[in-house]
Write a protein that binds this ligand. Structure first.
Ligand code: SAH
Ligand code: SF4
Length: 393
């Protein structure tokens, strides 16, 4: 299956050096990469590690974009940095605010590509839904992003940059001298549930999330970060080892026959192989529970039998089941299950001992809900016929 072939880093990721002036962007460099870059421009080996910590605090904790503001660095060192580096974020093209307070940003990245970022305010917390790719190489038949043909991996800087631009918009950089405790934040959680399959852009997602979790970086607990995958089985163990965040999986069906149609990556790694990888995840990552995402599609995957099969399948895995009412998009070949059907399904799951929250669609009026994201400028889209044939209709 050509469309599930992993796209490699070199095929999709831009070189880190910026073409103009050859200056390196500091945003998104790992600690080691930044250390090496500082040594390359003449920083003493002995001092480089300390400088990384100082610079990270300016960038990720104070939101500083100007080397001159980095006042604990000597003036000539600041000039050296300015000669060799830049601090660049993706550019916000449009910002929409939904009736329910959800904010959607259309963001431009190098090459003129666009991705969407969604901020969802909740009682006492707020979640930022970030993208890992422009479009997606996978073609889940119910997902709007999957109809977008153009694909490129985001760099680590473009991924962590989404968090930074949302903090800009929320005005959430601490005032000088004031602490910014994580528990009081507007942006307290990150979900990798925007455009793209994060595990097909593993290294960049990992490097960005390490910055998100670092005490001198964005400083969010790994328990406040959830990565959602459609089921890239070989990368699941690696996610536990190298990132250690919470995991969500786009499960969506209880037989291989239906899952093959909804989530075509199932043809490569079927339900049994996926469950095998998931059984080991909580232990390996020391996280509590896996979230099973389940989109409710009328007459497709929403029967009582499906609900019973689902709880049977995941037996023994510490889990919660997140039921997502299908969000419509133009040309979508499915309908949302009725509220009564969703409730009956949720009751069966609940009676089997699983939390089964139904995800409330947020920001629907601005097309910000799950699966509705797709760059507005990306006009090349599949025909309805193509979508339907892939959905097996
Ligand atoms: N590619 C990753 C992460 C992005 S999608 C993944 O598939 O897991 C985030 C969640 O939204 C996934 O569970 C996805 O299956 C779901 N989703 C996609 N399209 C949807 C739609 N139209 N309505 C509701 N949920 C949808
Ligand atoms: Fe890609 Fe996830 Fe959409 Fe599937 S559901 S097409 S993996 S973004």
């Amino acid at each position: 299956m050509a469309h599930t072939t992993p796209i490699t880093q070199d095929m999709l990721t831009l070189p880190r050096k910026l073409p103009e002036g050859g200056k390196t962007n500091l945003i998104g460099l790992t600690r080691d990469q930044l250390r090496d870059a500082l040594v390359d421009v003449g920083t003493a080996e002995k001092q480089a590690k300390m400088r990384v910590g100082q610079i990270w605090q300016w960038l990720y904790q104070k939101g500083v974009r100007d080397f001159d503001a980095m006042t604990n660095l000597a003036k000539d060192y600041r000039a050296l940095l300015a000669d060799n580096f830049v601090i660049e974020l993706p550019e916000v093209v449009t910002r929409q605010v939904s009736e329910d307070g959800t904010r959607k940003y259309l963001v431009k990245i190098a090459g003129g590509h666009e991705v969407e970022v969604v901020y969802i305010p909740e009682e006492g917390r707020g979640t930022l839904c970030i993208s890992s790719q422009v479009g997606c190489t996978l073609t889940c038949s119910f997902c709007h992003t999957g109809t977008q043909k153009l694909v490129r991996n985001l760099t680590a800087g473009e991924i962590i940059g989404q968090v930074m631009l949302a903090r800009d918009d929320l005005g959430e950089w601490p005032e000088p001298g004031r602490p910014n405790p994580p528990e009081a934040r507007l942006l307290s959680n990150i979900v990798l549930m925007g455009m793209g399959e994060p595990l097909y852009n593993f290294e960049n997602v990992r490097d960005a999330m390490k910055i998100a979790m670092d005490a001198e970086g964005i400083c969010l607990s790994r328990r406040r970060i959830t990565l959602s995958t459609s089921g890239v089985v070989p990368e699941i163990a690696r996610t536990a080892q190298e990132i250690g965040c919470l995991l969500a999986v786009s499960f969506h069906a209880t037989t291989d026959e239906v899952r093959d149609r909804l989530v075509p990556i199932n043809k490569r790694w079927n339900i049994e192989e996926l469950l095998g990888a998931l059984r080991d995840y909580p232990k390996a990552s020391n996280s509590e529970r896996i979230t099973f995402e389940y989109v409710m599609l009328k007459g497709v995957n929403d029967s009582d039998e499906d609900a019973h099969r689902l709880v049977q399948l995941i037996k023994g895995i510490p889990a919660k089941i997140n039921l997502i009412p299908f969000n419509e998009w133009p040309g979508a070949p499915y309908e949302r299950s009725s509220n009564n059907r969703i409730k009956a399904f949720a009751d069966i799951v609940y009676d089997a001992g699983y939390a089964s929250p139904v995800r409330k669609p947020r920001g629907e009026d601005i097309m910000a809900a799950c699966g509705q994201l797709k760059s507005a400028t990306e006009r090349a889209r599949k025909s309805r016929k193509q979508i339907e044939s892939e959905a097996g209709l």
